[in-house]
Write a protein that binds this ligand. Structure first.
Ligand SMILES: Nc1ncnc2c1ncn2[C@@H]1O[C@H](COP(=O)(O)OP(=O)(O)OP(=O)(O)O)[C@@H](O)[C@H]1O
Ligand SMILES: [Mg+2]
Length: 348
């Protein structure tokens, strides 16, 4: 694959991550899941997911970046845009365990993390694992459940363990949460507080497919595709590739000028007139991490300003808060970030 032929144009940035330029799905299946060439194996994921999901490449790439960074993801999209299908397919293609929880107003913390159950035969309490004990957890409509239950998930995300009655139980590795939020319905919801949003590495938007993509999807269905049957999806990569990829990402060279650029972008959000909350230092570390993972996926051992630009919106959009008056005037987090990217000088 030719990693130098990369399009970093503004058009490529039109969605979450400019995945159109990622040389993914190039028949790297031979070395899959062996850890021999983790980049080729992870690159092959896109082609595998495309067996079930039409389009949505930036979302797939974003999820791979999150897995490489051991970070969690917010997925925002209207119902029926293949969020569930995508995460389920990805877990199969990565040979990872998958679970889904529908967050409802009556869900209890123990329904997420697990709880102690009395066993009549042994006359002892036994821990029954909740759905967080999985590699990939789809937390559907996380903002429909009250803060106490949200907090139990967020604690598990942060600590990668669950504590019940003083005993800590480690979660599997990798453990990545994909939490969905419906962007339209706010009634009866409990929006995640800013401090909690900051704990998500990326916020990916799942767009409605283009006309051509939707037609291709219908043709697949007409030809007999059943979204409940994912048996055609092969494990082309695995946890070993993710671990090797993580180690490789840590060797990606970081010029001090790039670190300064990341900081300048984040500082600019703190001074933007239309924002009442700018990006935290944690957000700055997140942007550095995602840019580095992206650089590695692109086949480079150094980070460029374009890598930072490519990841700025998905990494920062949920970490800034618009002033109410700016929101009324139609400002969006992405729009403000775009303006900042256009104005903050990038290193040469
Ligand atoms: N891009 C797409 N490619 C292929 N199938 C799609 C696509 N978008 C939607 N579909 C079809 O729509 C169905 C619904 O998708 P899915 O249940 O994954 O959506 P969702 O985003 O999880 O919805 P919800 O928010 O209601 O949970 C899929 O099973 C699939 O048949
Ligand atoms: Mg769903």
């Amino acid at each position: 694959m030719d990693a130098t032929a990369v399009d970093h144009s503004a058009a490529a940035l039109s969605d979450s991550v400019p995945a159109d330029s990622v040389p993914m799905g190039s028949g790297a299946v031979g070395s899959a899941a062996t850890g021999a060439d983790p980049r080729a194996a992870l690159t092959a994921l896109r082609g595998e997911v495309a067996k079930t999901v039409v389009g949505q490449d930036p979302v797939v790439t974003g999820l791979v970046i999150a897995l490489l960074c051991r970070g969690h993801v917010l997925l925002e999209g209207v119902p029926g845009t293949a969020k569930t299908l995508l995460v389920k397919t990805l877990s199969r293609a990565l040979d990872l365990t998958f679970k889904r929880v529908q967050f409802t107003p009556d869900l209890m913390p123990g329904d997420v993390t697990g709880s102690l159950v009395y066993d009549n035969r042994t006359a002892e309490f036994e821990f029954r694992e909740g759905p967080v004990f999985t590699n990939l957890l789809l937390a559907d409509e996380i903002n429909r459940t009250p803060p106490k239950t949200q907090a139990s998930l967020l604690e598990a995300m942060e600590e990668r363990q669950v504590s019940v009655e003083g005993a800590a139980r480690a979660l599997p590795d990798p453990f990545v949460v994909c939490a969905t939020q419906n962007p339209i319905e706010y009634e009866g919801t409990y929006p995640l507080p800013e401090a909690q949003l900051d704990r998500f590495l990326l916020k990916l938007t799942v767009p409605v497919p283009t006309r051509d993509e939707e037609i291709a999807m219908l043709q697949r269905h007409a030809a007999g595709f059943d979204p409940r049957d994912l048996s055609a999806v092969r494990p082309v990569a695995g946890a070993a590739d993710l671990a090797a990829g993580q180690a490789a990402v840590r060797t990606v060279h970081l010029d001090p000028k790039i670190a300064a650029y990341v900081v300048d972008l984040c500082r600019a959000t703190r001074q933007a007139p239309s924002l009442q909350l700018g990006v935290s230092p944690r957000g700055a570390t997140a942007l550095l991490a995602t840019s580095r993972a992206w650089a590695w996926l692109m086949g480079r051992d150094y980070v460029t300003p374009d890598d930072v630009k490519a990841l700025a919106r998905p990494t920062l959009r949920h970490r800034v808060q618009l002033r109410p008056e700016a929101e009324l005037e139609g400002a969006t987090a992405d729009g403000v970030l775009e303006g900042i990217l256009a104005h903050v000088p990038a290193p040469r």
